[in-house]
Design a protein around this ligand. Structure first.
Ligand code: FE2
Length: 358
């Protein structure tokens, strides 16, 4: 029988993503506790292409079988393998009240209700800009987190890209003094400005491509920024660098989500070095699985290689990201200049296959 290490090497070869025997173990453990492909990703927290390739190899080895309903089930041979490798079904003890965020949302039920009412007619997520917005509970938890850390009330907030409509939630909370949104999608810019006007919220949204230079007046202007970046190294570096350069100086904060679904720990390591060594900020929080994303319509039409078991509608909000909070120090420095990398949305760890046009 194949060793975990051999499976890991095969995955690395076929995907171009560095994969270890422990990664394979985690995917096997997740697969042992659910039959649903998308939930295997949520439970294993490994990059999409790695999980898909792992399942394909397990199938070829006869360890799992895929049913007509695209359920992934262990065969007797597979069960034997789990036992032999000392691998157990993934255990989950996440607090069901806060979904693991550690935020008491019952104190914010009015804001949740208001936000849902106000944003009922929000624009749909589209693939052009890697969109996919988060659940209302996630959005409100972000507001609560920023407020709790002292980064929101009476403060100037910068939102870089806002398909999540964090600006509207922040405006409705009546906590920030001023909110500015820079966003590439005209539909969202218009939507946010219209809502701000109708509801008399202190928000201004403008069209902006984060590869362009920031408007001069916003350099060193804000107390706090929040963004939910695409996850190539270039995009992570650039968006967070932009955010940092808009902050007033030391003691300011930035918030952003990073997944393990489109970013391996190898990428986390490169990015964390950029944060600490290049930008010279401190990472104060990484809250695991803080953001849950509402399933987006274009998922199944854009997923990479044609593994048939991937073509199944998700049953849960499977796509999650961890929440990073960084704080600026006296020597922190972001990115102000023009920057035009060739590709900002897709690399070998992305859900959308590199070779395909979006
Ligand atoms: Fe909790």
């Amino acid at each position: 029988m194949k060793k975990l290490q051999e499976i890991a090497e095969e995955i690395s070869r076929n995907t171009g993503v560095v994969t270890s025997a422990k990664d394979v173990e985690k995917i096997l453990s997740a697969s042992a506790s659910t039959n649903h492909f998308w939930e295997i990703i949520t439970l294993s927290q490994k990059p999409f292409p790695v999980v898909a390739e792992a399942v394909e190899i397990l199938r070829k080895e006869g360890f799992v079988a895929v049913t007509e309903e695209k359920e992934i089930k262990f065969t007797e041979k597979g069960m034997e393998y789990l036992k032999e490798q000392n691998i157990f079904p993934k255990r989950t003890y996440t607090c069901p009240h806060c979904e693991g965020r550690g935020i008491n949302l019952s104190l914010l039920s009015d804001l949740i209700k208001k936000f849902d009412e106000v944003t009922e007619d929000r624009p749909k997520a589209i693939s052009d800009y890697d969109q996919g917005f988060v659940t209302t509970n996630t959005t409100i938890a972000r507001i609560a987190l920023m407020a709790e850390r002292g980064d929101l009330e009476g403060k100037k907030l910068f939102v870089l890209g806002d398909d999540d409509l964090v600006s509207i939630a922040a405006g409705l909370s009546q906590m920030p003094k001023e909110i500015v949104v820079l966003e590439i999608d005209d539909r969202l810019v218009d939507y946010i400005n219209r809502k701000a006007k109708e509801l008399n919220l202190p928000i201004e949204a403008m069209k902006y491509d984060f590869r362009d230079k920031l408007p001069e007046k916003y350099i060193g202007y804000f107390d706090t920024f929040i963004t939910d970046p695409p996850e190539t190294v270039d995009a992570l570096e650039l968006t967070i660098g932009r955010g940092i350069s808009t902050l007033k100086g030391e003691g300011c904060a930035g918030y952003f989500g990073v997944t393990l679904i489109e970013a391996s720990l190898e990428k986390w390591n490169i990015f964390q070095q950029i944060l600490t060594s290049k930008f010279k900020v401190a990472i104060t929080d990484i809250i695991y699985d803080f953001s849950h994303y509402v399933n987006w319509d274009y998922l199944l039409t854009t997923v990479g290689k044609p593994y048939d078991f991937v073509q199944v509608e998700p049953k849960l909000n499977w796509y999650r990201s961890s929440m990073y909070r960084i704080e600026t120090l006296k020597d922190s420095k972001g990115i102000e200049n023009v920057y035009k990398p060739v590709e900002i949305y897709v690399d070998e760890e992305a859900i959308i296959y590199k070779g395909e046009k979006k």
